[in-house]
Design a protein around this ligand. Sequence first.
Ligand SMILES: C[S@@+](CC[C@H](N)C(=O)[O-])C[C@H]1O[C@@H](n2cnc3c(N)ncnc32)[C@H](O)[C@@H]1O
Length: 326
Amino acid sequence: MLIQKIAPYSSADFATDVRAGLTRPGQKELPSKYLYDEVGSALFEVISALPEYGLTRADGRLLRQHAEQIVSGVESPVLVAELGSGSGKKTRWILEALSRRQPTTYFPIDISPTALAQSERELAQIEALSIVGFERSYLDGLLAVAAGRKRGEHILVLFLGSTIGNFDRPAGEDFLAEVRRILMPGDALLLGTDLEKPIPQLLSAYDDPLGVTAAFNLNLLARVNRELGGNFDLAEFRHFIRYDERERRIEMHLRSRCRQTVDVRKAGLSVTFKKDETIWTESCHKYKGEEVVGMAERTGFLSKAQWVDREWPFAQSLLIAKEEPG
Ligand SMILES: C[S@@+](CC[C@H](N)C(=O)[O-])C[C@H]1O[C@@H](n2cnc3c(N)ncnc32)[C@H](O)[C@@H]1O
């Protein structure tokens, strides 16, 4: 696989974001994109295999069962660009179905080089498939793919795993509108969204008894220690989640077990935590199927089809770029 690298962020950006997030008034925050270093990407793969975390399996089941219908709903010839591609495991079903129809180029876009390397291992054997990875943020990667398309070629964008749920709802819609502006009429977006389900089921999905999700979350502090000269004592922070019923989202936090001061040398930061104060590290919004259709229509897409997994409510929506962006 060829990998086009334009570092999606520098060590200085990381330091700036850590400083801004930990000194903001009120709720302290760290951006979720920093969860995915080498350790974080490996832990996310383990989370995907946990019995409590049905999301990835539901997403994969839908792709496997409906791959032929999905690709037949997309105009040819088509390039495939995947935003936040991760290991690419589930993408196999779409790529195999497409490459039976035409030689296919797949552009995984991910800020994590570990994820890109995993996707190459996973998908390199598929016949008639070329892979060109972009180590970039979502929209920078998609812009690069769109800039390289030839006349008459369409783009199928994959945004799977309910990664859109990491955005607040208004920001998620703005993001879809940005994606639409990069696309041309007739291009397609396959959007995977986790649907609302009983709260206890969600709580155990994000706080598994083995502690893998806790390790994934705590690794963010370990990463600050490794890369920015921080002195977080990991034993003094706990993985903590809650479901916000009004916002319909799981929130993932790290809670300080005591009053403590932490230094982060390369961010020029000394920050005090009160006992039980939290750092908010990720949100995972949950949707209704019809809500996804509404979001698509408002942002310049036509909802062509939607498939829902009944075992673990999850929707796969095939959206086609309309003539006019939203
Ligand atoms: C929740 S995981 C989902 C992975 C995969 N799509 C799946 O469904 O299993 C999110 C992926 O997006 C990547 N990511 C997070 N923020 C990103 C950003 N701003 N730009 C590009 N990739 C990002 C992470 O490295 C990670 O691989």
